[in-house]
Design a protein around this ligand. Sequence first.
Ligand code: 0GY
Length: 315
Amino acid sequence: MNTPHPSKPTSGDFTKTAGWLDWYAGPAKPTFTVPAGAVDAHCHVFGPGAQFPYAPERKYTPCDASHKQLFALRDQLGFSRNVVVQATCHGADNAAMVDALQHSAGMARGIATVKRSISDGELQALHTAGVRGVRFNFVKRLVDFTPKDELLEIANRIKPLGWHVVIYFEAVDLPELWDFFTTLPTTVVVDHMGRPDTSKPVDGPEFELFVRFMREHSNVWSKVSCPERLSVTGPNAVGGEQQAYRDVVPFAKRIVETFPDRVLWGTDWPHPNLKNHMPDDGLLVDFIPHIANTAALQHKLLVSNPMRLYWPEEN
Ligand code: 0GY
């Protein structure tokens, strides 16, 4: 008899993957006040599974995290808008994400996952719902391989809609993916700074390559998000100062200061796949002034950049 792998979910079973932490209920009110009109440009919804079943091909089964809970968090943190990124646990079924957009009164945009079989009519329906991009995921623990010719075909089809491509990859894979990324015909937004290894120097060859990638390609943007995912030192404050995730600061600060017009920030709520600690989203907001330390930089990061990309009609 075949016994299923314990970490590999089966399609009808929505039992949360072992070791998974639920998102943090009751986050602190941040000390840092975000500028008016701030956008949380990277967050997700999960299900609820009973209404929007998780994809049979998923690599994890999350806890449910609804759009109501997302919008309550937005209000608690002082944000005005969200960009809801299709999570891999929903595969290419964008229904939960689209439902969130449709309940946002125009205050959320979306990033979808699509296959080459999607019709023009379906793409147009996603656009009408508020989708403004597609995500190509190269993180092997999250997705199976999709051929690059399929991705390029999708990129060429979404370009006329004015959409962009969001890419998610690990820093060690950038050299191999460079040629593909630089052929993409749209704006390209990198998730979480290309996941640098923050135990390596900020001016070492690995992160220099990422900086070069952005410097040489003016269509490349970066989310300076997920200190909780990238940090080795972790959430603990040291001394009297709030220095959670302090090892990530030099990486994010460098990107914000070098490319102030091409950076975005997001909570990453409900924080998929965290097993060691779950961040208090209020404290994540308090991380922002450490990486963008002037009002002008904060405004670009949180308001003018995401508005230009996701709500250009309001500019
Ligand atoms: C993130 C990061 C992760 C997961 C996903 O869609 C996803 O499943 O994005 C991760 O596990 O690193 O951006 O939420």
